[in-house]
Design a protein around this ligand. Structure first.
Ligand SMILES: C[S@@+](CC[C@H](N)C(=O)[O-])C[C@H]1O[C@@H](n2cnc3c(N)ncnc32)[C@H](O)[C@@H]1O
Length: 208
């Protein structure tokens, strides 16, 4: 039986390149990392530097009072959509498995309390936008998401805490139509991040 072919590229073939961004070990042994083709053979620091030049001005934050297993997946999606930073509020430790090593390329900052996240946001004029289907929330589908913002998510079970709610400019809910009360927090994070992408990277310029 033939299994799936290996991901990535094998050892470099042809003349040895002298690009300082490239990693000699990867060139010699091949690059099997889960990175887009542009970054094949690049050093980790060179990739992060390149990403830093292009990051989108939205941030993502998630409450972590009970070691939520969704955080890894949120970090991976934040990397895919090139968020400025991911903020973990509460416990410092989080389960990295779901991140699939994307946390190496994504800035992740810890805040012990929501007040610390609120100060960070205020210092940078970032609107904190809660994402939850709490009473009083408004529709994500029609809300005009600000460009510079922090999308703040709650955790499985309790959802956004009252303290989190207090620091939000608005709380947005994702429309649901079935019987479940909510969707998985990392699925909600992916939807909200993509809503930001649709609004701010694909928006038509006025009068076009
Ligand atoms: C599993 S939900 C739990 C809380 C939810 N308020 C409830 O009543 O069951 C965990 C997190 O996922 C996100 N989430 C899940 N479903 C959502 C929805 N329909 N709209 C917005 N956020 C949602 C929110 O960030 C929420 O804090």
């Amino acid at each position: 039986m033939v299994g799936p072919s290996e991901v990535g590229v094998g050892p470099w073939e042809g003349d040895w390149p002298d690009d300082p961004r490239l990693d000699a070990e990867l060139l010699a042994g091949g690059d099997r990392r889960n990175v887009v083709d542009k970054y094949r053979y690049w050093k980790l620091e060179a990739i992060v530097e390149d990403l830093d030049r292009q990051r989108n001005p939205f941030h993502v934050a998630i409450e972590n009072w009970q070691h939520d297993l969704n955080i890894g997946s949120v970090v991976r999606t934040a990397n895919a959509f090139l968020a400025s930073e991911v903020h973990i509020v509460g416990n410092r430790k989080w389960n990295r498995r779901g991140a699939m090593v994307t946390d190496r390329y994504q800035h992740v900052r810890h805040h012990p309390q929501l007040a610390d996240l609120a100060s960070y946001a205020a210092e940078r004029s970032l609107a904190v936008i809660g994402i939850d289907n709490l009473p009083g929330s408004v529709s994500l589908e029609t809300y005009d998401l600000p460009r510079e913002c922090i999308l703040l998510f709650g955790q499985e079970g309790p959802g956004l805490t009252e303290d989190a709610h207090q620091i939000c400019t608005a709380v947005l809910s994702i429309a649901q139509f079935g019987s479940t009360r909510s969707i998985n927090a990392s699925a909600a994070a992916a939807i909200a991040m993509h809503a930001w992408i649709r609004r701010h990277t694909f928006a038509q310029p006025p009068n076009s």
